[in-house]
Write a protein that binds this ligand. Structure first.
Ligand code: EPS
Length: 388
C-alpha cells in the first residue's frame, strides 16, 4: 500500500492516489464521507469549515462499488477555491491582480520561512497553501478505505483526544475500541469524559479571545492486530518505527509515544515488562500492556497504543515577532484565518495514518491481491499463532 496526495489549500481540489488495496473490497462511500465530515468538526475550528462540505469522488480503481486491485484515484473539491479562483489559478500567468494577498511575514512555528528559503519562493503563500492541514482531508479519505479493509480482517481502531492544552483527560485503559467510540462520539471534543467538556469549551473560548491557540495529546488504540507484523531483523522493518514516522508526518506533531513510552523510561523493568500467558482459547497474551502492543518492533497481539503530541496552531490572531522577507523589517507575523485548536480533527488524521500503516503491514506480510484470499491467510495465520 502506498499513497500520494496533491493539492493546495485554496486550489481547485485535493487529489489522492492509493495503491495496493486488495481487489474485492466493497467500499462504503457514506462511511468515507462521514469520516471526512467528522474531520471538519470539533469545537475550536475556525470559519473555513463552514465553507467546505468535504465529500470524496472516486475516479479510478473501483467498479460497481468494489475495488479492482488497481490504483484508486480520489478527489475532494475545495469549495473555498471559488473565493480564490484568480489568485490560485494553476495556469494563468502571474499579473498585478492575481498576485495580491502575498504573504511576506512568516509565522513562527509554521513552514512559511524555511519553506520559502528552501524552494526560493518570495511569496510565502506558495508554501502555506501546501503545508496547510487542509491536505489531511485526503489522508482521512485514504485512511477510511484502509479502515474498511482492516474491518474485513476484524481489526478496529480509534483515535481520540486525551489532552487539550494542559488539561489531561484520565484514560480508562480497559475500554475497548467500540466502547471508546460510544463515549467519544457523545461530545464535540472526542474525549472520554463528558464531565470535562464544559471546562474545556471555556478554555478554548478564552484562548480564542486572547488571540492564542492550543495543542494537545491524541491517543490511538488498535485491537485484534495479529502478532508478528513488522520485524526485529533490521531497523527499517520495525513497524513501531514506521508508525512513528507516519504519525510524525501529520501536521503539527512534535512527539510520538508507544505504550507507556516516556513514563516507562523512569520505571524499573519489573514494572514495565508485560508478563506472558497462554491458554487454549486465546493463545498467547500478556497480563498487562505497558509496551503498547510492541516487542522487538513487532506487534505482539496486544492492543496497539500510540500517543501523539500536537503543538498549538502556529497562526496567532495576536501574532508574534517576525521579519518581513521583502523589507527585512521586524514586524508582527501575518495572520491567515485559522483554528484555535485542531486537536479534534488531528485525532482523526492520526487514526487514519495508523490505519494506513497497519493495512500496509498486513498486505506486505500476506498476499494482498485479493480480499478473500487475504482473509483466509490471516485466519490461518491466527490459528497457527494460537497453537505456537
Ligand atoms: C489552515 C488554516 C485554515 C484551516 C485549514 C488549515 O484554513 P483557512 O486559512 O482557509 O481558513 O481551516 O484547515 C482546513 C482548511 C481543513 O480542511 O482542515 C492552516 O493554515 O493550516
Amino acid at each position: 500500500i502506498n499513497y500520494v496526495t496533491a493539492g493546495e489549500s485554496h486550489g481547485p481540489q485535493l487529489s489522492g492516489i492509493l495503491t495496493g488495496i486488495p481487489a474485492g473490497l466493497s467500499l462504503d462511500i457514506d462511511a468515507i464521507n462521514a469520516g471526512l465530515a467528522a474531520r471538519q468538526g470539533g469545537f475550536g475550528r475556525g470559519n473555513r469549515q463552514q465553507i467546505e462540505h468535504d465529500t470524496v469522488q472516486i475516479t479510478g480503481g473501483v467498479r460497481h462499488g468494489v475495488t479492482l486491485g488497481s490504483p484508486i484515484a480520489l478527489t475532494i473539491t475545495n469549495r473555498d477555491h471559488a473565493h480564490w479562483s484568480a489568485i490560485m489559478d494553476p495556469l494563468s500567468p502571474a499579473t498585478a491582480t492575481n498576485t495580491l494577498r502575498q504573504v511576506t511575514r512568516p509565522r513562527p512555528g509554521h513552514a512559511d520561512l524555511v519553506g520559502g528559503m528552501k524552494y526560493g519562493h518570495r511569496d510565502l503563500r506558495n508554501v502555506l497553501e501546501r503545508s496547510s492541514a487542509r491536505e489531511t482531508a485526503m489522508r482521512v479519505a485514504i485512511g477510511q478505505i484502509c479502515k474498511q479493509l482492516l474491518a474485513q480482517l476484524d481489526i478496529q481502531l480509534i483515535g481520540y483526544v486525551q489532552q487539550i492544552g494542559a488539561t489531561q483527560i484520565p484514560v480508562d485503559g480497559t475500554l475497548t475500541v467500540s466502547q471508546l467510540q460510544a463515549r467519544v462520539s457523545q461530545n464535540d471534543l472526542r474525549i472520554e469524559a463528558n464531565d470535562q467538556v464544559e471546562a474545556l469549551h471555556d478554555l478554548i473560548t478564552a484562548t480564542k479571545k486572547a488571540g492564542d491557540t492550543l495543542g494537545g495529546v491524541i491517543r490511538v488504540v488498535a485491537e485484534n492486530v495479529p502478532a508478528g507484523l513488522g520485524s526485529y531483523t533490521n531497523w527499517d522493518t520495525k513497524l513501531d518505527g514506521q508508525l512513528a514516522a507516519a504519525v510524525m508526518g501529520v501536521n503539527a506533531m512534535k512527539g510520538v509515544e508507544i505504550g507507556d513510552g516516556f513514563t516507562a523510561a523512569g520505571q524499573y523493568g519489573s514494572q514495565v515488562m508485560d508478563e506472558i500467558d497462554w491458554d487454549t482459547a486465546a493463545g498467547w497474551s500478556r497480563l498487562t500492556n505497558h509496551l503498547g502492543g510492541f516487542e522487538g518492533g513487532m506487534t505482539n497481539g496486544m492492543p496497539i497504543v500510540i500517543k501523539a503530541a500536537m503543538k498549538p496552531i502556529p497562526t496567532l490572531y495576536n501574532p508574534l515577532q517576525s521579519v518581513d522577507i521583502a523589507t527585512k523589517v521586524r514586524q508582527k507575523a501575518s495572520v491567515e484565518r485559522s483554528d484555535t485548536t485542531a486537536i479534534v480533527p488531528a485525532s482523526l488524521v492520526v487514526e487514519s495514518v495508523v490505519a494506513i500503516e497497519l493495512a500496509r503491514a498486513l498486505t506486505a506480510t500476506f498476499d494482498g491481491s485479493n480480499l478473500q484470499r487475504l482473509q483466509r491467510m490471516v485466519a490461518d495465520y491466527r490459528d497457527e499463532l494460537r497453537q505456537y
